[in-house]
Write a new protein. Structure first.
Length: 113
């Protein structure tokens, strides 16, 4: 499988890792949309949230915990932050390996589109 994030997780492509545990790796987004923009991705390949919930719902809970951990490490919890995952064509997902965006460091737009 030719998956960019699987290659990043395997260390074949360099990335700026901010957190990792047995389930996931969290890296800085190469094209940040906020002062802090981290991607939390499971080590196991799932195309998106839909598949991950079907195949390993407990893992999804742990990924959410990892997002909070990243927010704490990045000093985002006081002022707040956003966690989002894009799914498929209409969700404008560009990398087909599940990842959660952790965004913070500024007031996010109230628009969700
Ligand atoms: P999405 O549009 O939800 O699939 O998000 C994919 C994200 O991956 C985008 O925010 C990209 O900027 C980011 N991205 C793409 N390539 C890399 C890379 N090599 N290292 C870090 N982030 C990347
Ligand atoms: Zn992958």
């Amino acid at each position: 499988m030719n998956c960019l994030f699987c290659k990043i997780i395997a260390g074949e492509i360099p990335s700026a890792i901010v957190y990792q545990d047995e389930d996931c790796v969290a890296i800085r987004d190469i094209n940040p949309q906020a002062p802090t923009h981290v991607l939390v991705m499971p080590r196991r390949h799932f195309c998106c949230l839909t598949t991950a919930v079907a195949e390993d719902p407990a893992l999804v809970g742990r990924l959410m915990q990892a997002c909070v951990k990243v927010a704490q490490l990045e000093g985002l919890t006081q002022d707040g932050y956003r966690v989002v995952t894009n799914i498929g064509e209409n969700g404008a997902q560009t990398v087909k390996h599940l990842h959660l965006h952790v965004l913070g460091g500024t007031k996010m737009s109230e628009k969700m589109s």
